[in-house]
Design a protein around this ligand. Structure first.
Ligand code: SF4
Length: 222
């Protein structure tokens, strides 16, 4: 089966199993970007705790921008990688204010998706996943962020080669995602990865995707 067909079948099967997730609606783009930076290498719970601490300590983006990077790191410590993330946030806000005159990213709504991705990715600490999450969640763009679950499952299902990096997966997967399905497919794969296709102990006996799965074929098929 060719890859596009396979991806479409997997997407449909997951929708039958899990439903069709819809976005809550566009949010503030800068807030989404900061939340996504905070979410790097941590859980959603600790990301949210870090964000709450940040806005408690610094109620406006102006306050964050003016703050000492060490004070930002202390505020967001619960989200992990405090030094790295605080530098990314401070540097980005400083650039935004200097280049665009205001601490707002709403102008991204008027940009082409590729140009917006490029703009965000030129900043240290903001990679293609962070930029894609921001454009998908806050701007409703048809982009496909690849997290650790999606990378693992895509390899197991043979959608990408087993040695494919996350960076390369961001190039390889979008062309085979069914049109209009980037968001629901992304959300369903993450849920599927958390609940069924676990990294260490996948529940293959409950999986409706065994026919596509290389992991299943190589490890479990009789
Ligand atoms: S068969 Fe197992 S390894 Fe393959 S996708 Fe399903 S749960 Fe994951």
């Amino acid at each position: 089966m060719e890859l596009k067909q396979k991806a479409a079948h997997i997407s449909e099967t997951l929708e039958d199993l899990l439903g069709v997730p819809t976005r809550d609606g566009a949010g503030d783009v800068l807030e989404c970007l900061i939340l996504t930076i905070l979410s790097q290498n941590t859980t959603d719970v600790n990301r949210d705790k870090g964000y709450v601490k940040l806005v408690e300590k610094f109620p406006t983006w102006e306050d964050v921008c003016e703050a000492d990077v060490k004070a930002i790191a202390a505020a967001i410590r619960v989200a992990g990688l405090g030094n790295q993330k605080s530098e990314t946030i401070k540097n980005f806000l400083t650039w935004l204010k200097d280049e665009h005159g205001a601490l707002s990213l709403e102008f991204v709504h008027d940009m082409e998706t590729e140009a917006a991705l490029e703009l965000l990715c030129q900043h240290k600490g903001i990679g293609i996943k962070t930029a894609s999450v921001t454009l998908s969640f806050a701007c409703g763009r048809e982009v496909f962020p690849v997290d650790t679950h999606i990378l693992r499952i895509s390899k197991r299902l043979g959608l990408i080669p087993s040695n494919c990096s996350a960076e390369k997966a961001h190039q390889a997967l979008p062309p085979i995602i069914p049109p209009g399905k980037a968001y629901p497919f992304h959300m369903n794969l993450i849920y599927f990865g958390r609940r069924i296709c676990d990294a260490r102990k996948p529940l293959c006996e409950r999986c409706p995707l065994t026919e596509h799965c290389l992991y299943f074929r190589d490890n479990l098929q009789a």
